[in-house]
Every structure is written in structure tokens, then in C-alpha cells.
Design a protein around this ligand. Structure first.
Ligand code: ATP
Ligand code: MG
Length: 455
């Protein structure tokens, strides 16, 4: 993972840089924004920018947007500069890192920017079989399409495939096609030449080139715009790309992995996704089972997160009590592993006493599948009059209720925007636009999480 530091390495920021290096980051350094932009244009591998507060962060963010460079910018400064920190976030920084640096915080930021996942847990025979298949196909060069519901671990398995492939010493580059607006995604993937569009002040290398000799993960590929799908198909077929505004094609040596949480075959059949591209991507198909179909993974995963979040938060490790385990096993996990992870994170923070008890697990209502508990239509329909949640909403403005729902859902997903959008039944783009409005109105918005920073 490459990190670009904007500022002097002599002081507190230098300590932060040392911690990042100790955690495996590779450093680039620039004394000012102008130099930083030169580095960013030539190096699509930079995933995180740490920028001292006194630099013009607004100008940096503007230039990045103008030149269609997508990277996480974190402002760094002394804790007492909270006014400036707030301003930096208003100016478009994704986060604030207080100095002197806290090693754990830096580790968390690196992990978030890299979309890094923790160890891969698999105990259930269904999941073990999936893992075996992933390891088998890892050795091949063919594209792999990884399907599965949101939160099942598609990105985790994609990284696993890369690690077990012959390209493991090469880069692993992930692009979230849903989180990056269409007009930015093209240059993000293919790069551009100087003058390709009004903001293109210099050549920029795209993610395809950054992934040379390695693996490119096209995350949430179903969200890709049809026009871009055509360009992607050409890149895969010809094994070369043209930078935007470029005249000389660039040869590619990149393995493509893609993920989708929609049924891409059905999307293709319905004409919403190019069939020829679907076939190119789906040379090998891998489907991750939802968590409810691999129940033997539930408790091991929960224990893994109990340990992990105790570590991260400097809290004592507490085992799951038997009744807590039983409760987890009764739930249906519509949000899959991510839902379990978020629930355990909260439980670790709330736990008191010797174990994590069932009482503190903040579960949504116990599963009531339609087969077990049919709800007559007549009873569901008058919810407008009968449901207390709806009653308490009467008298409130639609806009306020919507806003509360969005923020609460984001809190529930611990800032994960993809998952929040799925739960809300809206597109990631729609969610991003709403959040941008809230930020402009000065409303507090939960900070984004791993790989979902492009608000
Ligand atoms: N087998 C696993 N072992 C440990 N952690 C896992 C496993 N599978 C998923 N996770 C964790 O669950 C979370 C969701 O995983 P991931 O991001 O890979 O899911 P996804 O299928 O890509 O979801 P989405 O469609 O919402 O992007 C991550 O924090 C990941 O670390
Ligand atoms: Mg994902």
C-alpha cells in the first residue's frame, strides 16, 4: 500500500510515517500540493494521502476532482487545532488524524484505505468447498466472477485468490465501480494523457496500468455504465488499453477479477449488462454462499471478531456466552458476515462482566420467515394506523425522516456505504448525493468505512 505524505517528515507527521512504514506501507513524500499532484498523476497505486493541516486541502481536493483522481485524503494536525480540522473535513478531507500519532489509528486508516480484510475464517463444509475452489482457480490466469449477496466476503475471497496466484508478488488493485461516479471511473481505470479533458493538466496512469503483473479487482461490476462496459470489453479482449486522449495503446498483463451482488446473468438477459462482457468475466464463476447457508461459520466468525475488536479497542477479550452463541445461530443474517461483524463490534464495546451475553446483542427482531409466520395482507397494510413507528413519525417532515433513516442506517453499518445503500434500497450514487447535501448543510455524517470513501 502506498501512502503519500504532504508535509515535513521531521516532526510528528514523520512519526506517523514511520508507523505506517512499520505496518508495511511504502512512502512517497511531497513538500507541497503541486509536487503531490505530480506524484499522484504518475502513480495510481497511492491509496492514502496524509496532508498537514496548514496546506490548502480545499485546493488539493478540488484538483483531485478536476483531474479525476480518486484517493483518500486525511488531514493531519495537532489535536487542539479542532477548528481547522473541521474545516479540512468540510473542504473534502475524508478524515482527521490527530498528532502525535496513535499507531492503532494509523493501522485502522491504512486498513480502511486499502479495503483490507482480516483473516479469512471458514469452518462450514459449504464454505470450505468454496474456498477449495477459489484456491484451485487461483493458479489460472482466467477472469473470475465472484457473486454473492452483500457482505458475504467477495472482496475477501478476491484478495485470497490474488495471494494464492502466481501474481502474488505483483500488485492487487481494487476499484469499486459503484462508489466512483461514471465520469471519474473511466479515467480512474484507463488513465489519461495531458489535455484529454479540461482538467487533464498532465498524464495520469490508471488502475489498469497500476495493476500490471498483478490483479485488478473490478468491484460491483454490475453498476458500471454501459458505455464503459464496451470499453472494458475491448480492454479485456485486446489485452491493451488506450489512456483517455491517448494515441498509443498500452499492452496489459493484468488478471481481472470482478464481483457482483446482483445476478449478472439475469442482468445480461434483461439487457442491463452486456452479455459478451458477462461471458468474458465469467470464465470461472465463484458463488459465495450467504451466511445463513453456512451456519457453522457463525460462531467462529463471532469469536474472531470478539477477539479482533477487543484488540483494536484495547479491551479485555470476552468469550461468547452459550446463550449468546445460540442467539446468533437463530438469526438469519440478511447482511451476512458484515452484519455479524458490526454486531460483534458493538457487543465488544458494550460488554461488561466475564462474557458477551445474549442480552447485549443488538439483534433486529428474530427471523420470521414467511413460511413460519405468514402475515395476512390485511394486517400488514394498515400499518399506517397500527405501527407505533409510523405513528411517531406523523407530523414530521418527509425530508427529516429520510435523513434520520439514512444516518441511522449508516450508524448501523458502521459507516459502510455500500451496505447502507443496499439496506435502504437505493443506489450508492443516490446515497452519496444525499450525504453530500447533508455535509453541505453542516449535518454530522458518520465517517465512511473501508473502500467506501468516495463521498
Ligand atoms: N470468511 C471471512 N472471514 C473473516 N471475515 C470475513 C469473511 N468474509 C467476510 N468477512 C468480513 O466481512 C466484511 C464484508 O466482507 P466483503 O467486503 O468481502 O464483502 P462483500 O461481499 O464484498 O460485500 P459487498 O457486496 O457489500 O461489498 C469485511 O469486513 C470482511 O473482512
Ligand atoms: Mg465488496
Amino acid at each position: 500500500m502506498r501512502v503519500l505524505i504532504i508535509g515535513s517528515l521531521a516532526g510528528e507527521l514523520g512519526k506517523a510515517a514511520k508507523i505506517a512504514v512499520a505496518r508495511g506501507a511504502r512512502l512517497e513524500q511531497a513538500d507541497d500540493i503541486r509536487t503531490a499532484l505530480v506524484i499522484l498523476r504518475g502513480n495510481a497505486g497511492v491509496q492514502l494521502v496524509l496532508c498537514e493541516l496548514h496546506h490548502d486541502i480545499a485546493a488539493l481536493v478540488r484538483s483531485l476532482a478536476h483531474e479525476r483522481i480518486v484517493v483518500s485524503v486525511v488531514a493531519c494536525g495537532l489535536e487542539r487545532d479542532s477548528e481547522q480540522a473541521l474545516q479540512a473535513v468540510r473542504d473534502g478531507a475524508q478524515d482527521f488524524l490527530p498528532l502525535p500519532p496513535d499507531p492503532e489509528l494509523i493501522a485502522a486508516m491504512l486498513a480502511a484505505a486499502a479495503g483490507e480484510s482480516h483473516a479469512m475464517i471458514a469452518r462450514d463444509p459449504v464454505m470450505l468447498a468454496t474456498l477449495r475452489r477459489a484456491e484451485q482457480v487461483a493458479r489460472a490466469q482466467a477472469s473470475v466472477l465472484i457473486s454473492g449477496e452483500s457482505g458475504t466476503g467477495k472482496e475477501v475471497i478476491a484478495r485470497h485468490i490474488h495471494r494464492r496466484s502466481m501474481r502474488s508478488t505483483g500488485p492487487f488493485i481494487a476499484v469499486n465501480c459503484a462508489a466512483i461516479p461514471d465520469h471519474l471511473l473511466e479515467s480512474e481505470l484507463f488513465g489519461h494523457e495531458k489535455g484529454a479533458f479540461s482538467g487533464a493538466v498532465a498524464r495520469r496512469i490508471g488502475k489498469f496500468e497500476a495493476a500490471q503483473q498483478g490483479t485488478l479487482l473490478l468491484d460491483e461490476i454490475s453498476e458500471m455504465d454501459v458505455r464503459l462496459q464496451a470499453k472494458l470489453l475491448r480492454a479485456i479482449q485486446e489485452r491493451e488499453i488506450d489512456r483517455l486522449g491517448g494515441s498509443v495503446p498500452v499492452k496489459l498483463d493484468v488478471r481481472i477479477l470482478a464481483t457482483t451482488n446482483r445476478d449478472l446473468a439475469a442482468e445480461a438477459a434483461a439487457g442491463r449488462f452486456r452479455s459478451d462482457l458477462y461471458f468474458r468475466l465469467n470464465v470461472i464463476g465463484l458463488t459465495l454462499p450467504p451466511l445463513r447457508d453456512r451456519r457453522e461459520d457463525i460462531v467462529p466468525l463471532a469469536e474472531h471478531y470478539a477477539r479482533h475488536y477487543a484488540d483494536v479497542n484495547g479491551l479485555p477479550y470476552r468469550q461468547l456466552s452459550d446463550d449468546a452463541g445460540a442467539r446468533l445461530l437463530r438469526h438469519d443474517w440478511p447482511g451476512n458476515v458484515r452484519e455479524l461483524e458490526n454486531l460483534m463490534h458493538r457487543a465488544v464495546l458494550l460488554a461488561e462482566g466475564a462474557t458477551i451475553s445474549a442480552a447485549i446483542l443488538e439483534m433486529p427482531s428474530e427471523p420470521t420467515t414467511p413460511a413460519q409466520a405468514p402475515v395476512p395482507v390485511a394486517e400488514t397494510a394498515p400499518a399506517i394506523g397500527g405501527d407505533h413507528a409510523v405513528c411517531s413519525l406523523v407530523g414530521r417532515r418527509m425530508e427529516d425522516v429520510e435523513q434520520a433513516l439514512i444516518i441511522e442506517t449508516l450508524n448501523h453499518t458502521l459507516g459502510n456505504r455500500t451496505h447502507a445503500a443496499t439496506m435502504l434500497g437505493i443506489s450508492i450514487r443516490a446515497l452519496r448525493n444525499k450525504l453530500r447535501d447533508y455535509v453541505e448543510q453542516g449535518l454530522p455524517v458518520p465517517p465512511p468505512q473501508a473502500g467506501h470513501w468516495a463521498a
